[in-house]
Design a protein around this ligand. Structure first.
Ligand SMILES: Cc1cc2nc3c(=O)[nH]c(=O)nc-3n(C[C@H](O)[C@H](O)[C@H](O)COP(=O)(O)O)c2cc1C
Length: 147
C-alpha cells in the first residue's frame, strides 16, 4: 500500500516528529505542505493529513488543502493532530469537511505537542517534552494498525 503523510508543522515541529514516526512503520512519503501544496496524490492508496491544532482546529492551510483537493476514489484518508491540551477532538472540522466531499476518514490520532502559544510562553510552555518517546511509540503502533 503506497502511503503519503502530508503535514504542516509550524509551531515547534511537533507534528513532523509524530508524522516521521508513523512514516517509519507504514512506510510513507513525508510531504511538507508548507513548502508546496502542489502534490500529486494519484499514486497513493493511503494519505495522512497532519498538523498541530490552531484555535481548536487543524491548521487552516491543511483545511484549505483538503477543501481544494480532489482525492481519488477509493483512496483512504487518516488524520493526525498534535495539540497543547488534548481535551477534545480537534479533527472534527476536517472530518466534517471531508464527509461533505464524500470521504470517510479511516481513523484519527491525536497527541500532545509542546505549546508556547500566548500566555503559555510566560510559564515556559505546556506539554513540555511532547511528543515524547511514549507518544511516538503509540503513534507507531496506531499507524501499524492502518496497514
Ligand atoms: C496560534 C496557536 C494556536 C493554538 N491553539 C491551540 C488550541 O486551540 N488547542 C490546543 O490544544 N493547542 C493549541 N495550540 C498548540 C499547538 O496545537 C501545539 O503546540 C502543536 O503541537 C503544534 O504543532 P506543530 O509544532 O507541529 O506546529 C496553538 C498554538 C498556536 C501557536
Amino acid at each position: 500500500m503506497k502511503t503519503a503523510i502530508l503535514y504542516i508543522s509550524v509551531h515547534h515541529g511537533n507534528t513532523k516528529k509524530v508524522a516521521a514516526a508513523m512514516a517509519q512503520v507504514l512506510p510513507a512519503d513525508l510531504i511538507d505542505l508548507s513548502l508546496s501544496n502542489d502534490v500529486d496524490l494519484s499514486q497513493y492508496d493511503l494519505v495522512g493529513l497532519a498538523s498541530g491544532c490552531f484555535y481548536h482546529n487543524m491548521h487552516e492551510k491543511i483545511l484549505d488543502f483538503a477543501r481544494q483537493t480532489h482525492f481519488p476514489k477509493g483512496q483512504k484518508i487518516f488524520l493526525l493532530c498534535t495539540c497543547g491540551t488534548p481535551y477534545r477532538d480537534y479533527t472534527k472540522s476536517m472530518k466534517k469537511l471531508l464527509k461533505q466531499k464524500g470521504i470517510s476518514v479511516t481513523g484519527s490520532f491525536q497527541c500532545r505537542g509542546f505549546d508556547t502559544f500566548g500566555p503559555f510562553a510566560r510559564i515556559g510552555g505546556i506539554a513540555k517534552g511532547h511528543p515524547n518517546e511514549k507518544d511516538l511509540a503509540k503513534a507507531r503502533e496506531w499507524a501499524g494498525s492502518l496497514n
